[in-house]
Design a binder for this molecule. Structure first.
Ligand SMILES: [Mg+2]
Length: 250
C-alpha cells in the first residue's frame, strides 16, 4: 500500500553502492509545454556524467520517451536506457530488448489526430510503442481526452497510461518497475542497490520495485501517497542532492 510521505530528504549515503535509476522529465529536467520544448540543462548532463563515473556505469535513464529520444537528449553519453515506459531496454554496451510495434497503434494514432484536429491546444505524440495525447495547453479538454483514450484502449487492447497533463495508449502493460527489474538482473546494474528517482504516477511501480529489491524510491515533487521512501521537492533540489551525494561517493 502506498503511504503518504511528507518531508523526508533522503540521506546522501543512499548513493553509496547504488544502481541509480533516473526518470527524466520532471525529475532531471523541468517540465515544458510540450515534450519537444524541454530544455536539457548543463546541470542535468553533468549529474548524469558524474553518476556514470562515480557509480562505475550503474546508472540508467527510465522514461516514457522512446529510447532513441532519450539518447538524443543526452548525446555523447553511453547510457543504459529504459525507454517507452520501460518497454524498450538499451544497455550502454549495445545490448537491446525492443518489442514489435503493434499495428493497432496506427488506428489509435489516427483517432487521436482526428480529435486533435477539431480542438485547438492539443498535441498528439507518435511514439514507437505508444501514442500520447497532451492537453497541457488545453486543460479544459482533460475529461474528453481521457474518455477518448479510454474508449480506444477498450477497442484496441492497448494499455492506458495516464500522466501529468497527458494520456497515453501504450503497446503493453510493461512499466518502469519491470524495466528496473530487468536492468537489475544483469550487469552493470545488478552489482548495486537500486535507487529510483521519479515524479509522476507512472513512476510508482518503479518505486515499489526498487523497495522490493532492497533499495529505495525517491519522489520528486509535492507530498502525496506513494511507494517512494523519500522525497525531494523539485528538479533543482534533486540535481543538487544528486551532485552532492555523488561527489561524496567513494
Ligand atoms: Mg517524469
Amino acid at each position: 500500500m502506498p503511504d503518504f510521505i511528507d518531508n523526508f530528504e533522503p540521506p546522501p549515503q543512499l548513493l553509496q553502492r547504488a544502481s541509480l535509476f533516473l526518470d527524466i522529465d520532471g525529475t532531471l529536467l523541468e517540465l515544458a509545454a510540450s515534450p519537444h520544448a524541454v530544455i536539457v540543462s548543463a546541470a542535468a548532463i553533468n549529474v548524469v556524467r558524474l553518476a556514470q563515473e562515480k557509480l562505475e556505469g550503474r546508472v540508467a535513464l527510465i522514461s516514457g520517451r522512446s529510447a532513441r529520444e532519450v539518447a538524443a537528449l543526452f548525446p555523447g553519453l553511453a547510457l543504459n536506457i529504459g525507454g517507452s515506459h520501460g518497454m524498450e531496454q538499451l544497455w550502454a554496451d549495445g545490448r537491446t530488448n525492443q518489442p514489435v510495434r503493434p499495428e493497432v497503434l496506427d488506428h489509435a494514432l489516427a483517432a487521436l489526430r482526428a480529435f486533435c484536429a477539431q480542438h485547438a491546444g492539443l498535441l498528439v505524440e507518435d511514439k514507437p510503442y505508444g501514442t500520447a495525447l497532451h492537453y497541457r495547453t488545453a486543460p479544459h479538454l482533460a475529461d474528453e481526452s481521457h474518455a477518448l483514450a479510454s474508449r480506444l484502449a477498450t477497442e484496441t487492447g492497448l494499455v492506458l497510461q495516464p500522466g501529468k497533463m497527458v494520456v497515453e495508449l501504450k503497446a503493453s502493460a510493461t512499466n518502469k518497475g519491470d524495466a528496473l527489474a530487468a536492468f537489475m538482473s544483469a550487469p552493470p546494474m545488478h552489482g548495486g542497490t537500486p535507487v529510483f528517482l521519479g515524479d509522476d504516477d507512472n513512476d510508482e511501480p518503479a518505486f515499489a520495485m526498487a523497495r522490493k529489491l532492497g533499495g529505495a524510491g525517491i519522489l520528486v515533487g509535492e507530498p502525496r501517497d506513494t511507494h517512494a521512501d523519500w522525497r525531494l521537492p523539485n528538479v533543482g533540489a534533486t540535481l543538487a542532492w544528486l551532485r552532492a551525494g555523488l561527489e561524496a561517493t567513494t
